[in-house]
Ligand binder design. Sequence first.
Ligand SMILES: Nc1ncnc2c1ncn2[C@@H]1O[C@H](COP(=O)(O)OP(=O)(O)OP(=O)(O)O)[C@@H](O)[C@H]1O
Ligand SMILES: [Mg+2]
Length: 346
Amino acid sequence: MESELTRSIIAGIPQPVLIVGRDGRVKAANEPAEAVFGTGIAGRPYITVIRQPALLDCLEGTLRHGQPGRARFIISGPSSESSYRVLTSPLTGAGQGGALVAFEDVTELEQAEAMRRDFVANVSHEMRTPLTALTGFIETLKTSARDDAAARDRFLEIMEREAGRMNRLVRDLLSLSRVEAEERMRPGERVDVLALVWSASLTLRPLVEAAGAEIRIEGEPGPVMLLADPDQITQVFTNLIENAIKYGPPGQVVTVAVSRVEREPSLRGPAVRFDVIDQGEGIDAVHLPRLTERFYRVDTHRSREKGGTGLGLAIVKHIVNRHRGRFRIDSEKGRGSRFAVILPEH
Ligand SMILES: Nc1ncnc2c1ncn2[C@@H]1O[C@H](COP(=O)(O)OP(=O)(O)OP(=O)(O)O)[C@@H](O)[C@H]1O
Ligand SMILES: [Mg+2]
């Protein structure tokens, strides 16, 4: 067994650490290591503890030749996978020998990296579609459609739409990164949020009228004074009402129900709840957890046709987070959807 000093040293390290003796047995393990490999591993042959060829090879090299080594180590849990970077280093000194095996959890790092890659791939893909269309039509206008006035008008219209899509994409990306940058700074101004709901619904009037729909704002006479960033909260309700209209049937009623909650458990205090309720076809439960991810769309083709970039709900979520509120989506296929924005009163 290992000395008291060694034990206390590895006990102070927040990441998993093992000490393996020259005899190939685990001599000591700190608490994080026991959380990974189970308690009572001290005394067991390391081969029965570690069991992954890459790390076993590396550790063997350290024990035999006194050479430090690096390896990756993966632990598969029931629902997720953790990934470790492992360093094996020789222990030297009087009466020593053996190796120190130190684990560094890099799961979050790798997830962030994967997210960044996905994000860049998504942005490029979203940009490429309208760009391809634009380049194609420019080419056609320069050649075959040069003297065809009717075709020219039609093509220009499509080009305008595609350029508009790129414009919206860039605008939404900028607004997302701005909200993210400010996410830790809670807004300090008290504003009438109900008035912002009204102003969002007014901005959307053309869209609402084109769909023959109606917006009803119910529940509170107002004002509803809350700590809020007026532009961002207007954007939240614009995005939600716009979705309700875009993905709902013509002639529907979209309701924004405002209610005061004396004590919202998730916020541990009083709150105001804004439910945006539509009479659309609803969303299948499998999609709900991912709906606020960037670029996630239930029906990519349909959303694109409507000019969507799939960033609307991601923006909403970040804005609500910045306001220390909660954003919840309730929906059932065939039953319409309810998007709840819950903002704290204090
Ligand atoms: N009220 C709703 N009813 C049914 N589906 C909805 C509703 N709101 C959103 N969705 C689904 O969620 C997806 C993501 O919505 P989000 O607002 O993030 O993106 P978008 O509307 O496609 O594009 P953008 O808002 O950026 O223009 C939509 O593509 C749509 O499939
Ligand atoms: Mg949207």
